[in-house]
Ligand binder design. Structure first.
Ligand code: GLC
Length: 468
């Protein structure tokens, strides 16, 4: 049981107040209940946002709302193959949903991104749904739900959507800009780390939940192969530390053929000067993105933390990421855990990369803002790597401000000192992240709901596979 202090009580009440009911049943939580701001779509339940609330409800022994959410969101999954560009592709999950009333009946309507600002389809929703389904099964033992034919079919459709060969031939997933938590233009198209880490965790969740009968066995085999290629690729090519930076610095360009060392033809001049200063000693991290001729050297919080939690990063890489976090605490955590990405893009880069987006000005919102929702991921990563003292430190910072500031969505400025310029108050995933952190600290074994153990895989077979 959590200590019943005021902060927890207030958070709990705010979370209860965010619950969304459908035909009398709790089915999710709205993104924010800010009494002073226009709701826009913040009165909807976002799939990615609900994961923080869902985890807390599971930890509280209240799985009904999570079960209802999983069932209803599955019903909203796009089921038909599409040859029509304005319809969501088969297998896609919505970004958010809301309850509408027609002729005295309640219905759920989904938004696949077509209503949202920038109109990007949410690639991460189906991954979060799978990750939460696995957490639900772990918390309740109710494997029957995941084994239901509609759930198995839903999982097959997700896998079909992600594993099918398309225009590129990388183990990572190719996605448009803004197709995940960062849902506006931020130069995160291509192969962003966050999507790869969620993809990895979702594949591992699917492997635990799929029945081997029928087409299940084909999917299971495909998952196995993809997991090992994906793991190898991210661990080897996304990794950045001083040693690796030095390798990149001495890369030769334009190498032809299968034996090329500089596989993605990255030119050493693309190394941003800040990164040379920034990396030190044992610290390291996974790059934000990797594609042809491109490494995005920015540090992205969610991708790196999720890579630790899901064991996409090796145990020593996980330690190095945590070491970096400690070394760069003021920049990555500062006055609110923690930065969504570092550093911000500024000046001409901001103009070209964000399209002069006034919401994503340097050190605000997605462009280097501090997001309290990341606190629970930081907590889980720190507990997994044995760094409990970092959780206490981060939580102490968050506790000082969150209630007084009325649970903002994000903070601005280089070190997260200011409440976000356009941040919502009473943002549900901020509240839930605080509660999940408290619950994880009180019962560290809850980490099993979200984490995956490290697996060994055959490095040699991957190295060969990648060169053919
Ligand atoms: C913003 C965030 C997105 C979040 C949504 C609802 O659009 O960028 O990640 O899901 O708000 O909170």
């Amino acid at each position: 049981m959590l200590a019943e202090n005021t902060l927890v009580k207030e958070a709990y009440a705010a979370l209860e107040n965010a619950i969304l009911y459908y035909r009398g049943q709790p089915v999710g939580t709205v993104a924010a209940r800010d009494p002073e701001a226009v709701a826009l779509n913040y009165d909807q339940c976002f799939v990615r946002d609900f994961v923080s609330s869902g985890l807390f409800f599971l930890m509280q022994g209240k799985p009904e709302i999570v079960r209802n959410f999983l069932v209803e969101v599955l019903r909203l999954q796009s089921r038909e193959p599409q040859l029509e560009c304005f319809q969501p592709g088969q297998g896609l999950f919505p970004a958010s949903f809301k309850v509408v009333e027609r002729e005295g009946e309640e219905y759920l309507t989904a938004d696949f991104g077509e209503q949202a600002i920038a109109q990007v389809a949410p690639i991460d929703s189906c991954f979060w749904w799978l990750i939460l389904l696995r957490a639900y099964v772990k918390a309740t033992g109710d494997l029957k739900l995941a084994h239901r034919p509609d759930f198995q079919h839903g999982i097959h459709l997700i896998l079909q959507l992600c594993l099918e060969a398309r225009f590129d031939m990388f183990p990572t997933l190719l996605v448009p800009d803004g197709s995940f938590m960062i849902d506006r233009r931020m130069g995160v198209y291509g192969y962003p780390l966050e999507i790869q880490a969620l993809f990895y965790a979702a594949l591992r969740a699917a492997r635990e939940l799929l029945l081997p009968s029928g087409s299940g066995s084909t999917y299971l085999q495909a998952i196995e192969t993809r997991l090992s290629h994906l793991t190898y690729h991210v661990r080897k090519y996304y990794w950045l530390d001083l040693k690796r930076l030095n390798e990149i610095y001495r890369y030769k360009g334009d190498e032809f053929g299968a034996l090329a060392v500089n596989r993605f033809n990255v030119y050493s001049d693309t190394i941003p000067p800040w990164s040379i200063e920034w990396l030190m000693g044992k610290g390291g991290y996974l790059a934000g993105n990797l594609g042809p001729g491109q490494i995005d050297f920015r540090f992205f919080g969610l991708g790196n933390l999720m890579a630790i939690i899901a064991s996409l990063a090796t145990a020593s890489q996980a330690q190095a990421i945590m070491a970096l976090l400690e070394q760069r605490w003021q920049e990555l955590v500062g006055y609110m855990p923690m930065k969504i990405c570092f550093p911000a893009v500024e000046g001409q880069d901001w103009r070209t990369i964000t399209g002069s987006d006034p919401k994503n000005i340097p050190w605000s919102y997605h462009n280097g803002g501090n997001w309290p929702v990341l606190l629970w991921l930081l907590t889980a990563a720190a507990l997994k790597t044995g760094k409990v003292e970092l959780v206490h430190k981060a939580l102490a910072i968050a506790e000082q401000r969150l209630l007084d500031d009325q649970w903002p969505e994000y903070y601005d400025d280089r070190n997260g000192r200011l409440i976000g310029k356009e941040a919502r108050k009473y943002q549900t995933w901020t509240i839930a992240a605080f509660l999940v952190t408290k619950a994880l600290l009180a019962n560290p074994e809850y980490i099993a709901l979200i984490s995956f153990d490290e697996e060994s895989f055959n490095e040699e077979s991957n190295a060969t596979a990648c060169t053919v």
